[in-house]
Write a protein that binds this ligand. Structure first.
Ligand code: GAL
Ligand code: ZN
Length: 672
């Protein structure tokens, strides 16, 4: 299995551009002209077969590839390649009828039923046999097909359903625990079952834990529940990947996400050639915030394994029964596409080629509307494809420049917070706020796992990760000793891998690094005049949020103190010099006014410079570098015309003079 890194670059032969295509939704007449029109739109890759199990195996054991063979032949004639999918997110009716025991069971005890999707339990050994069989048939059928270049496994695993309580999951959970803990005593100690008389005498006594049944469950058990379901997802996918790789080792294999309760940096992601990120910026209704949030989600995807594919990119109006997201205005889709590329997409497919006239997603807009007429989106997409021609060669093997790293992409770190949030912001929420602050100031910010390669970074944030592995702590030390600036937020290092609270003073495993211990902590209550609120930083009172810690320096120097009530004068922010670098410990949350006040101090300490000097506010600038040269992406995120003439080199996309209208994009290259 591979090691993953945010520094990895893509695996496609060239930048691929296309759409998710469901020919099974269209008549022969409508399908006939599709490949030619796709060509007109500049498409060279489509994704097929995602939910078409009923067409591929209409009856148990009867496989039929006529339909797709014909469609692929047509596409091939137009020079369009194919990603095929394992169609297992939509098991057909003959299967659920024969095996109602495969259906998922929710926490309330209700079985899912046939009629939507992801209704079958992927832990179930019987179902996995069907999954392997359809995968093997598809793999065998297409293994020598020159147009089939890649595979997507299933669809957005755990999108609609993660915690299954069916008998198969129950059984597997016990085996999983037995294998992990070996003896029931070890499990009892790890979970702390002495609390509320939960001790077990045998693995067979353990049930899948449920939230609020009737009150808060055991945190150790809940963490294992998440790890278990993530492990089941990885095992299920692995069985498909193995079959696909054996059939054709040249196939590029990915999965589309990103969802909760999947460990993308664990076995699940290591099994794949690259990460797939389904990108729907329109879920943010606030237009002013949409570009920043979009950038964050892209950087979060890149944190897992570097450059990625966008198997689904919002193209238009879209929603399901209960909601509709924001519709891209003219030029917005183009800008979003180039933003996705700037932040690491190495291939991109729109969702979807054409809006379907029926089914649960009849209002998910495609490049073409229900009436199949080409309108402005079609022409916008065709224009993007033309612009990509100049850009594509420089994208190959290029890496997004990253100098500020924020800890992310760890399933356990998110899980322990989700299991015990106490109303505090999640690591992900704080990462987003930090990202936004640096991104808007034109710094080359990215999200990076603490066990990843930290060498290119100048500044690194570990915001409030209660669970920090020994490997991460050692890697952070190496980063600091080599000259890096590390910032550790409150509550870091306070849990064990079993999800208990540590027995040592905080920050536990990070104490030597931070050169402080935490003497006392408490809640900051917003708006309460009697609560502690402020830190004195550079002789200014600065409002802190959510949480306070009183620090006892053990080698570190005090940078800022609390300045109210009984804590007045006690250390709140410290710095510890170590090797050639330094560690700042912040005894509060890295959010709000305190974060804003700390940024100049931390950026100066780390010697951080913006991507380019003199950039105007609202101009997003991202650099991607390769051996061929440096690419600069400039995106106007404001409502007025901006100058983007600071971008050096030759213009590949957008106006030569650098005058950018709203939604404008300019991309330049400085050849190596
Ligand atoms: C994705 C999913 C697609 C489609 C799309 C629009 O999450 O992978 O199959 O459902 O959203 O809802
Ligand atoms: Zn199940």
């Amino acid at each position: 299995m591979r090691t993953l890194s945010y520094r990895h670059t893509g695996v496609f032969d060239r930048f691929r551009f296309g759409a998710a295509y469901y020919p099974e939704h269209w008549s022969e007449e409508e399908r006939q002209s599709d490949p030619e029109r796709m060509r007109e739109a500049g498409i060279d890759l489509v994704r097929l077969g995602e939910f078409a199990w009923d067409l591929l195996e209409p009856e148990e054991g009867v496989f039929d590839f006529h339909f797709f063979d014909r469609e692929i032949e047509r596409l091939q004639r137009a020079g369009i390649d194919v990603i095929f999918c394992t169609p297992t997110a939509a098991p057909p009716r003959w299967l659920t009828r024969k095996h109602p025991e495969f259906l998922r069971l929710n926490a309330a005890g209700a079985f899912m039923q046939h009629g939507s999707r992801q209704h079958v339990c992927t832990t179930n050994a019987g179902f996995r046999e069907y999954s392997r069989r359809i995968t093997a048939q598809i793999a065998e059928h297409f293994k020598a097909h020159p147009a089939v270049i890649a595979f997507q496994t299933d669809n957005e695993i755990h999108c609609h359903f993660d915690y299954c309580y069916c008998p198969a999951c129950q059984q597997e959970f016990r085996s999983y625990l037995q294998k992990k803990y070996g003896s029931i005593d070890r499990l009892n100690r790890a979970w702390g079952t002495a609390f509320w008389a939960q001790s077990y005498r045998d693995f067979s006594e353990i049930e899948l834990p449920k939230d609020q049944a009737p009150t808060w469950p055991n945190p150790g058990a809940m963490l294992e529940l998440r790890r278990f379901h993530a492990a089941m997802a990885a095992r299920y996918q692995h069985e498909q990947v193995e079959i696909l790789r054996a059939a054709n080792p040249r196939w590029i294999i990915f999965h589309n996400g990103l969802m909760g309760v999947v460990d993308y940096r664990g076995a699940f992601g290591r099994d794949l050639d690259l990460i797939g990120f389904d990108c729907y910026p329109g879920f943010v209704f606030d237009a002013a915030r949409r570009p920043v949030r979009h950038a964050f989600t892209l950087d979060r995807a890149r944190a897992i394994d570097g450059n990625f594919i966008v198997p689904e990119h919002q193209s238009s109006f879209g929603g399901q029964n209960g909601y509709v997201h924001a519709t891209p205005e003219p030029g917005e889709l183009r800008q979003q596409t180039f933003r996705s590329i700037a932040h690491g997409a190495d291939s991109l497919l729109y969702f979807r080629w054409r809006s379907c006239r029926f089914g649960a997603e009849e209002y998910w807009g495609g490049i073409l509307d229900h009436d199949n007429l080409p309108r402005r989106r079609f022409y916008e997409v065709a224009g993007i494809a033309r612009e990509l021609q100049a850009l594509a060669p420089y994208l190959q093997r290029s890496e997004v420049r990253t100098e500020v790293g924020i800890a992310a992409a760890d399933a356990d770190a998110e899980a322990v917070h989700a299991i015990y949030p106490m109303g505090l912001p999640s690591p992900d929420a704080v990462a987003e706020e930090l990202h936004r602050a640096f991104h808007l100031r034109h710094y080359a910010v990215g999200l990076v796992h603490p066990e990843d390669d930290l060498a290119p970074l100048k500044l690194y944030f570990l915001p409030h990760w209660e669970l920090v592995s020994p490997a991460a702590a050692a890697n952070l030390r190496g980063f600091v000793e080599a000259g890096g600036t590390l910032v550790i937020g409150a509550r870091s290092g306070s849990r064990t891998a079993d999800n208990q609270i540590i027995a040592e003073p905080r920050p536990g495993i990070l104490t030597a690094l931070a050169g402080v211990t935490v003497e006392e902590y408490g809640k900051l209550i917003a708006g309460d005049p009697h609560s502690l609120q402020t830190v004195e930083l550079n002789e200014q009172p600065v409002r802190a949020e959510h949480f306070y810690e009183v620090l006892i320096p053990e080698g570190a120097e005090t940078v800022a103190c609390w300045n109210s009530r009984y804590l007045a004068g006690k250390p709140a922010v410290t710095v510890n010099r170590l090797g050639r670098g330094r560690v700042h410990y912040v005894g509060s949350y890295l959010t709000g006014p305190l974060l804003e006040a700390l940024i100049p101090l931390l950026s100066a300490a780390a010697g951080l410079e913006p991507v380019l000097p003199g950039l105007p506010e609202g101009l997003e600038v991202i650099e991607r570098r390769s051996a061929c040269g440096r690419l600069f992406f400039g995106l106007n995120n404001t409502e007025s015309t901006l100058d983007a003439d600071q971008l050096p080199g030759r213009t590949l996309v957008g106006p030569e003079d650098g005058r950018l209208a709203p939604y404008g994009v300019r991309i330049t290259v400085l050849p190596a």
